[in-house]
Design a protein around this ligand. Structure first.
Ligand code: NI
Length: 228
């Protein structure tokens, strides 16, 4: 019995080590081994992130924390860091203003979720962070976010600042250009992040999560932290 458990544990460790090795050899330029490893895991366990869904959101496994420090520029040109958002709940989405469909849809869903929360929604600040800083300057961001929610903030930065915040949230993004296209598009991962008042990601929502379920999950999270 114990031997079986021991052998299973060894086999599992060996499999994970193998996967890590594979990630090491296969990670794309600019992608960390950790990201490649997560991608390999995701390929095995599902199309999306290999994390169990709880109450419509994606629960992060113990030991994995997303979020944290950043240094960016708000749509009004003011420099901001994570300290400016301390004590606030945030709904964060990463994308780009030239996105033809996914980004506008998700930002619309973010606004709908805040409205669906009623008075509790006022405790949430919606934030859109660009992964296309080359084209998305502060003025462009200001114009764009105003179309979705009166309180939505748009954050941009230089290439390095964007790479850093994307890394902390494990956001994948890359330029894509087809041959007869002069303009480029951006490939990017698409999650809505619920960030707590100390800047940690509490829940990730996939694009297939309904507004009702997102609102309910967020309401529960707000309540659980207030009562504890
Ligand atoms: Ni997009």
């Amino acid at each position: 019995m114990f031997r079986v458990i021991r052998y299973s544990a060894v086999a599992l460790l060996a499999a994970l080590a193998g996967l890590w090795g594979l990630a090491w050899f296969s990670h794309a330029p600019g992608q960390s081994v950790g990201e490649a490893f997560a991608q390999r895991l995701a390929q095995i366990f599902g199309q999306d992130m290999a994390l169990p869904a709880v109450e419509g959101g994606v629960q992060l496994p113990p030991g994995i924390t997303l979020g944290g420090a950043f240094s960016l520029t708000r749509q009004d040109g003011v420099a901001v860091t994570e300290a400016d958002y301390a004590g606030q709940w945030l709904l964060v989405y990463f994308g780009f203003t030239y996105c033809p469909d996914v980004c506008p849809t998700e930002l619309g869903r973010m606004s709908d979720t805040i409205d669906a929360l009623g008075p509790a929604g006022e405790r949430l600040t919606p934030i859109f962070i660009t992964i296309d800083p080359e084209r998305d300057g502060a003025a462009q961001m200001a114009d764009y976010v105003s179309r979705f929610h009166p309180r939505m903030q748009g954050l941009t930065g230089n290439a390095q600042q964007i790479a850093e915040v994307a890394r902390r949230y494990r956001v994948y993004y890359a330029k894509s250009r087809t041959q007869n296209m002069t303009e480029y598009l951006m490939d990017h991962s698409s999650f809505i992040y619920l960030v707590d008042p100390i800047g940690r990601v509490r829940t990730l929502f996939r694009t297939d999560t309904s507004v009702e379920i997102m609102a309910r999950t967020i309401a529960n999270q707000l309540r659980s932290l207030t009562s504890s």
